[in-house]
Structure formats: structure tokens, C-alpha cells
Design a binder for this molecule. Structure first.
Ligand SMILES: [Zn+2]
Length: 238
């Protein structure tokens, strides 16, 4: 059975690239097995068809060296942490058995789906470990859940250095032509295909990096407090 080290969930097919693309590329380069699961196909986006978005998502996963990319087919713009959706996500966790899970943060995002995704993952990570629930697969609970940031104005608990893979993150974002490509007559102008959006991502990554003394960083928020037994090893920071 394939078991993943790191599995990142997004509400839409470009969320993971925006908030954690560098983390995935960096860990894949270190030899960890990484994957992405999109909760919805992003069918309510102003631009791009579902087949187009699926092809873009596959291309981006290839750039980030993620061997797994799935779409769970939950409803875009109506994502909710209801029992059925939570069990579907929990079944995916049981199927891929990731050691570490990444999810959008669950509060304060302007897109309600991002908040719902965070809530959904918080529930699914716990419930996947309960053996008596009627969830497909064997009981399994990931070691850790961390939240990445989309349009949430928060400072992270932890910064991951993504400087050495930054071009891969940008290429993965470029793969989503239908979302971030220059809008012409065919495409509807949206906040995300305005050049300011990509500038915002780059500026934030540079800002998070600067907080830790590196060129680019992505930030994560802890779901549970980190447990440390060796304070010296933990303190061997740059
Ligand atoms: Zn999104």
C-alpha cells in the first residue's frame, strides 16, 4: 500500500500551490512522498472548465513532484463540514495514511470554502482514528495537522524555508493558466488574475521568509502545541 509522508488538502485546485506549494516541493526534493487532495473541482470559478482545471492541477503536481493528486468532488462554493463530507475526507486519510497533513486555516478567510475546509480537516483527522465509525478503510490518525494560510491575515507559528524551491512554486502557480493567466477577451477579470495577486503571494512569502532570515518562507499554524523532549535539538535553528 502507498503511504504518504505529507498530504496537503485544498478547497480548490490552486489552494495548496498558493499556501504550501513551496513546502511540498521542498519535502519532495528531500525524498519524502507528497500528495495533494482537492476537496472540490473548483467548478464555480469564473474562469476555466473542470477538465481544464484538472489538467492544470496535474501539471502543477508534476512540477511539485507530488505523486498523488486526487479530487474528492465535493461541491464548490458550498463546502461544509457535514458528516458525509467529513467521512469522505477521513476515508482519504485512511487510504493514504499521511504522517503529516496540511489544510487551509479554518477561520477568517474571505472565501467560506477555505474556512470550511479547515474545519472539515480538523474533524476528519480526529475521526479517521475512531474504529467504530462507518468510515471506509482501517482506522488511522495522522501524527500532525498544520494549517497553511490563504487570505487570512495572521502571523504563522512556524516558517518553512522555501527559498531553494521558490521557482518551482512559481511554476506550479503558472500551471494554473485559467486562474492566474493574463485575462484577455475570453476570460473574466477576477481578483486572482490581476497581477497584484501574484505579487501579493510573492511579497507575503518574502515577508514570512524575512521573519526567519531567509529569502522566502511559507507559514504554518499549529493545530496542537508542539511536543519537545530535546530542547537543544529543537533550538538548533538558523
Ligand atoms: Zn481557494
Amino acid at each position: 500500500m502507498t503511504v504518504l509522508d505529507l498530504l496537503a488538502f485544498g478547497a480548490h485546485p490552486d489552494d495548496v500551490e498558493i499556501g504550501a506549494g513551496g513546502i511540498l516541493a521542498g519535502h519532495a526534493r528531500r525524498g519524502y512522498s507528497c500528495g495533494i487532495i482537492d476537496l472540490t473541482a473548483g467548478e464555480m470559478a469564473s474562469n476555466g472548465t473542470v477538465p481544464q482545471r484538472q489538467a492544470e492541477a496535474r501539471e502543477a503536481a508534476g512540477i511539485l513532484k507530488c505523486g498523488v493528486r486526487e479530487c474528492l468532488g465535493l461541491p464548490d462554493a458550498r463546502l461544509a463540514p457535514d458528516r458525509e463530507s467529513v467521512f469522505l475526507v477521513a476515508a482519504a486519510l485512511r487510504r493514504w495514511q499521511p504522517r503529516v497533513v496540511l489544510s487551509p486555516y479554518f477561520q477568517g478567510d474571505r472565501h467560506p470554502d477555505h474556512n470550511a475546509a479547515g474545519e472539515l480537516l480538523g474533524r476528519a483527522v480526529f475521526l479517521a482514528g475512531l474504529r467504530k465509525l462507518p468510515i471506509e478503510g482501517e482506522p488511522f490518525r495522522p501524527q500532525r495537522l498544520y494549517y497553511y494560510l490563504l487570505t487570512v491575515d495572521l502571523l504563522p507559528d512556524m516558517i518553512i524555508d522555501i527559498s531553494s524551491v521558490y521557482t518551482l512554486k512559481e511554476q506550479a502557480l503558472d500551471a494554473h493558466h485559467s486562474q492566474f493567466g493574463r485575462h484577455d477577451g475570453e476570460m473574466v477579470a477576477t481578483p486572482v488574475n490581476d497581477p497584484g495577486f501574484r505579487r501579493h503571494i510573492r511579497n507575503r512569502d518574502a515577508y514570512f521568509g524575512s521573519l526567519a532570515g531567509v529569502a522566502y518562507g511559507e507559514g504554518l499554524i499549529f493545530n496542537t502545541k508542539p511536543l519537545v523532549t530535546d530542547l537543544i535539538a529543537w533550538s538548533e535553528l538558523k
